[in-house]
Design a protein around this ligand. Structure first.
Ligand code: S3P
Length: 167
């Protein structure tokens, strides 16, 4: 199953990073974390640093650049950032030659998984995060090739479902 490019989309805490690792191992494909690539490109130390020193708009521009780099890959499993769907240009790059899998979970599950995480500037206030969550649902759905729920099941079970869909 080579020459496949699979990109996970979904809200923060939906399981994109975990499933990227699992699927990459299973399919023996290289894995990429957009957030890590953004931090590397920025020359700064972390995502909160980028938000603090340069603001969200600059962060989104870096994200678009990383999406462009990803559009040139022939294969791999990629974990995107939860906000990629807010910018059409970013999604234009991410859609190129790839399968977009939308991982879902109810907000309560997500909030429980994330807990207190100082590395996520847009998840510092639960109420605001919930609003963002609600606002983004239709965007993830719009871009997704298919949707997989991660609620109330193990990562292995989710992995099996994904393998079923892409084989
Ligand atoms: C963001 C999600 C984060 C990260 C940044 C902004 C968002 O990625 O890109 O903090 O706007 O939802 P994860 O989805 O990996 O947490």
């Amino acid at each position: 199953m080579h020459n496949m490019k699979i990109i996970f989309i979904g809200f923060m805490g939906s399981g994109k990073s975990s499933l990227t690792k699992l699927l990459g191992e299973k399919m023996q494909l290289p894995t990429y974390e957009m957030d890590t690539m953004i931090v590397e490109k920025s020359g700064l130390a972390s995502i909160p640093e980028i938000f603090r020193q340069r603001g969200e708009t600059s962060f989104r521009d870096l994200e678009t650049e990383v999406a462009k780099d990803i559009s040139k890959l022939n294969e791999g499993v990629i974990s995107s950032g939860g906000g990629v769907v807010t910018k059409e240009e970013t999604m234009k790059y991410l859609k190129q030659g790839s399968i977009l899998i939308y991982l879902t979970a109810p907000f309560a599950t997500i909030a429980k998984r994330i807990g207190k995480d100082t590395n996520r500037p847009l998840f510092q206030d639960t109420h605001k995060a919930q609003e963002l969550f609600t606002k983004r649902q239709s965007l993830y759905a719009k871009y997704a090739d298919f949707v997989v729920s991660t609620n109330d099941q193990t990562k292995q079970q989710v992995l099996e479902k994904i393998l079923e869909r892409i084989k």
